[in-house]
Design a protein around this ligand. Structure first.
Ligand code: GLA
Length: 395
C-alpha cells in the first residue's frame, strides 16, 4: 500500500510538472493507546505513528512561486511566498500555509512544487492534519536546511493548527507523527516534552481500529469549548490550592473537595483529567509488565470518562465500545482522538479480528444504517525522507 501510494504520487507529480520530483517524504497518522484530552492539560499520552501515510513529492523552484496539489481532492493552490500568507477558505491549504507562514521567518525563501496523496482516512481521528503539517515542516527543513529540531517541527505544526485552522489542539498528534518509531509506543510528558519509547509488544493481542464512519463535525467547536472549561476549572483549583500550577500538581482529592465550587460540569471535566493522567501512568506500567488485562480495563475506564464526564464521544462510538465489551476476545476498547466520531481502538486477541469485525459490522449496520470500516494497524516510524532524485533510499 505504501509502495502504491508513493508510485501514484510520483506519477501525478510527473504528469503535472513534467519532471521527476526531487524528493519524496512520508508522514504518518497516529493512534493513541491511552491519555485522551490530557495533552493540553499537561498530562501524559501514549501515542504511536502508524503505517498510514501522506506521501509528498516535492521539487524546489528557483523563484518564490509555490504550487500545492492535493491529488486525492483533485485541487490545487498557487501562491507567491513573498505575499503575506493568511488563511483562505480551503481547509487543507490552511494547514500548509500555517506552517509556511512560520518558516518564512526561519529561512524559507524559495518556492517549490508539491503533490501529495494520502492513505490516512480523513476525519477518522487518525490525525491526517498533523501528518500534513509535520510532513510539510519536515520536508521544508530538509530541502532548505532550516536547521529545525524535530521538536520544533512538531510545535510549528501545532501552532499552524491554532492560528490558521482554529483548533486549539495539544501537541500529541504532531509529536507522534514526527517522533514515531517502528514497533514503539511513545510515552510523552506533555508538560516537559520529555519522552520515552515503550516496546509495542502486545504478545497474543493486537490493536484493531473500528471506524464509525461518523465525521467529527463538532470537533472544532466541542474541542475548543472543552479547553475553555478545563482552563476555567484549573483557575478555580489554583485559587484554593496555590501550590497547584498545572493539572499535574492536582490530586483527585482536591477536585472532589471543590465539587460544589467548580459546578457540576466543570467538576466532571476536571475529575476526568486528573484520573486520566494517572491512568496513563498505570497503563505504561501495564504495558511494560505485559499485563494486558489491566491495560484493557484502563482503556474501558478511559472510555467511560470520555463519554460521561468529558462528553466527547457520540452514540455511534459508544455503541461500538459497548458492543465489544461482551466479547471474550476483546480486552479493552475506547474512543480514540478528539472524539465526536472517528474510531474506537480495541485490544483484541490475535486471530479473532475477522469474526469480530463481521459481527460488529452487522450490529452497527442494523443500529445506524452505517457501514463500519476496520483497520489493523502496524506501528511505524515517524515523518521521514523516503527518497531523493538520485534514488538513494534513506534509512
Ligand atoms: C486531537 C488533538 C490532540 C488531542 C486529542 C485528544 O487529536 O489534536 O491534541 O488533544 O484530540 O486526546
Amino acid at each position: 500500500m505504501k509502495k502504491k501510494l508513493i508510485q501514484h504520487t510520483t506519477e501525478h507529480f510527473e504528469k503535472i510538472f513534467q519532471k521527476t520530483p526531487e524528493t519524496i517524504f512520508l508522514s504518518p497518522g497516529r493512534i493513541n493507546i491511552i491519555g485522551e484530552h490530557v495533552d493540553y492539560n499537561d498530562g501524559f499520552v501514549m501515542p504511536a505513528a502508524i503505517n498510514k501515510y501522506i506521501c509528498f513529492a516535492i521539487s524546489k523552484n528557483n523563484n518564490s512561486e509555490c504550487t500545492l496539489v492535493a491529488k486525492d481532492l483533485n485541487e490545487a493552490y498557487q501562491f507567491d511566498l513573498n505575499d503575506l500568507l493568511k488563511p483562505i477558505d480551503k481547509m487543507w491549504v490552511n494547514y500548509i500555509l500555517g506552517v509556511l507562514h512560520q518558516l518564512k521567518g526561519k529561512g524559507l525563501t524559495k518556492g517549490f512544487n508539491i503533490v501529495f496523496s494520502s492513505t490516512i482516512p480523513m476525519g477518522a481521528g487518525l490525525s491526517s492534519s498533523a501528518a500534513l503539517e509535520c510532513g510539510i515542516g519536515y520536508a521544508m527543513n530538509k530541502l532548505f536546511n532550516l536547521g529545525l529540531t524535530k521538536e520544533e517541527i512538531a510545535l510549528i505544526g501545532q501552532k499552524s493548527e491554532h492560528t490558521f485552522v482554529g483548533v486549539n489542539c495539544g501537541i500529541m498528534d504532531q509529536f507522534a507523527s514526527v517522533f514515531g518509531k517502528k514497533n514503539s509506543v511513545i510515552k510523552l510528558d506533555c508538560n516537559t516534552l520529555e519522552y520515552q519509547y515503550y516496546k509495542a509488544d502486545f504478545k497474543k493481542y493486537s490493536l484493531l481500529l473500528l471506524d464509525s464512519n461518523v465525521k467529527h463535525t463538532h470537533l472544532t467547536s466541542g474541542y475548543n469549548v472543552r479547553r475553555q472549561e478545563v482552563e476555567q476549572g484549573l483557575a478555580i483549583i489554583k485559587q484554593h490550592f496555590p501550590q497547584v500550577n498545572t493539572f499535574r500538581d492536582c490530586t483527585e482529592d482536591m477536585v472532589l473537595r471543590l465539587k460544589a465550587t467548580l459546578g457540576e460540569v466543570i467538576f466532571r471535566r476536571c475529575h476526568f483529567v486528573v484520573k486520566e493522567i494517572q491512568r496513563v501512568l498505570d497503563a505504561a506500567d501495564s504495558l511494560a509488565n505485559s499485563d494486558f488485562k489491566r491495560l484493557g480495563q484502563l482503556m474501558l475506564k478511559t472510555h467511560q470518562g470520555l463519554s460521561k464526564d468529558y462528553e466527547v464521544s457520540c452514540d455511534e462510538i459508544d455503541f461500538l465500545v459497548d458492543a465489544v465489551q461482551h466479547e471474550k476476545s476483546v480486552l479493552g476498547s475506547r474512543m480514540m482522538g478528539g472524539g465526536f466520531g472517528g474510531c474506537s481502538i480495541n485490544l483484541i486477541e490475535k486471530g479473532s479480528e475477522k469474526e469480530l469485525i463481521e459481527k460488529i459490522s452487522a450490529q452497527y449496520r442494523n443500529a445506524f444504517g452505517i457501514e463500519l470500516k476496520a483497520y489493523k494497524v502496524k506501528i511505524s516510524k515517524g515523518t521521514s525522507l523516503y527518497k531523493t532524485e538520485n534514488d538513494t533510499i534513506q534509512p
